[in-house]
Design a protein around this ligand. Sequence first.
Ligand code: PRX
Length: 649
Amino acid sequence: MSESTLVPPPPAFAASAHVSSRAAYEALYRRSVEDPAGFWAEQAARLAWHRPFDAVCDADARPGEIAWFHGGRLNVSYNCVDRHAAVTPDRPAILWARNEPGEYETITFRELQERVGRFANVLRAHGVRKGDRVCIYLPMIPEIAYAMLACARIGAVHSVVFAGFSADALRERILDADCAVVITADEGLRGPKRVPLKSVVDEAVANLDGVRSVLVARRTGADINMKPGRDRWLADELARQRATCPIEWVDSEDPLFVLYTSGSTGKPKGVLHTTGGYLVYAATTHHYVFDARPGDIHFCAADAGWITGHSYILYGPLANGVTTVMFESIPTYPDAGRYWQVVDDLRATIVYTAPTALRALLREGDEPVRKYRRDSIRVLGSVGEPINPDVWRWYHDVVGDGRCPVVDTWWQTETGGILIAPLPGAIACKPGSATLPFFGVVPVLVDDDGKVVEGNDVAGNLCLAGSWPGQARTIYGDHARFLANYFARFPGYYFTGDGCRRDADGYYWITGRVDDVLNVAGHRLGTAEIESALIGHGAVVEAAVVGFPHPLKGQGICAYVITRPEFDAWNREELAGALKEQVRKAISPIATPDRILLVRGLPKTRSGKIMRRILRRIAAGDFDPAGFGDTSTLAEPAVVDDIVALARG
Ligand code: PRX
């Protein structure tokens, strides 16, 4: 696919889209960057404000001090639930697609209001007050939505931890955010697998005196351990509470949630989002990027435990009064037609998923897709990693029958919502490019020396000038780290950590992370985290982890490990297996290295810095020394030959 091949919006779609031409996009975009206060004040009218804001944005004064809609008071739960329950009580708010095919449950806005109210009263009864952090470790069951909205209702701050994280990882996050209440389920279901969530929680909170209450939803009815005085069945607690729960009106800048994500150094960081700006941004991007409207059935197949789920399963669609689908299962259960079965059964109009899922489905061919009608779909979205042009084509031609625009959306946990994406009725696409910035977003490419790269047909480090309402405000408990991570490398800009090309037509192409962060099957992982997990095993002296191109996962994980001499007698495979297990235990199965190479040494400079670019080359199967770059500063050049010999093995 040549990058100049343009795929224009389907004319029938464009005709009735919110933004229906490139010229209309440009006019609105210009307005949004020339008069951001005016533009965002208008967008803020999507929400109901208890008290109007005094100022739209104060973000320019000091780097990293960001505030939007200052002085305004509102409540996210009121905006996502109550105001719709008042007008469209019988409209489905959530359509829950259970793990088993063909099993669905509908939760209307009226029912959602009752359940969120009851849940919020349970939290209050367990001592949760405004500003307190609540840890949510739940599978994709409606309780995860109730729990998040219940926190928002009383001004508590949720910290959702993806239910695939290990006990160690969960414990670390509970401690970091100082959560006194943890919400979980007996077990989760993921296709054919059962996930023992409660026992993971038991291990995570063992001897954590700060955790007062563990509330347990019953999903499978498995026999689990309940610790008296600490653990309670959620159903019993809910039965004790009435459904009416008064709203806690909060300041626009009061925190809404913390969500942990990986960086290039240190432990995962708790990205903090606040109330007004986040919700305005989620609602506005959902409206424009998915061309959303009342009556849509929005099917975002992500997990609510990631930012995609926060913004586009829950907050964006519900703020806009749009029905949202919660999908408990996996794309290949029981077969590769599962998504499309859900689409047909629920008449989904918007589908939003990750390239890694699409790659797996594409491999199974067209038949599982064509078996279903898919005629309800209007917009197809992609998120989380670069989408290969051939996968984009397949999504467009086969899944969408060439009838539906595909929106490749680039953004991050820290950005709160989509920053670069085509508006589906307005922008001609180039498969593989996220195309053009959303309203109010000003991408800037900066070279390694900090010089802004102007013009088109250029590449650089992707930064953003100015602010947008959905921008993260801090790292929980560590503002200095927030400033150092995002605002220090290129002063005056927010640095994304991504590399990017702006082509001759001004289209943006994300080229992947330029820091030591991996994107494995759409999951963001820090190499430093995996290395420290490996070092946690008694056999390991030193480890270096790099990514390599992987046909299904986008990136695979390769670990180079030096072990203690005492372990030389061990069977190599057994040792590698034990090390993989160690990573699973310390982080999650999603972080398991695909390859472990037990090496005698690592290529280091004379000053002791590991030359990762060499390790990346070797992991990619590229053994030609010409590709290793300047190796004259290597302390021990022979180390490289040893590793190559081993990798060729
Ligand atoms: O490298 C970019 C990649 O995912 C990173 C953000 O990961 P996370 O915070 O987990 O959020 C994922 C869901 C928004 C980015 O720095 N990324 C995300 N979307 C795309 C992408 N890379 C290329 N194209 C995308 N559409």
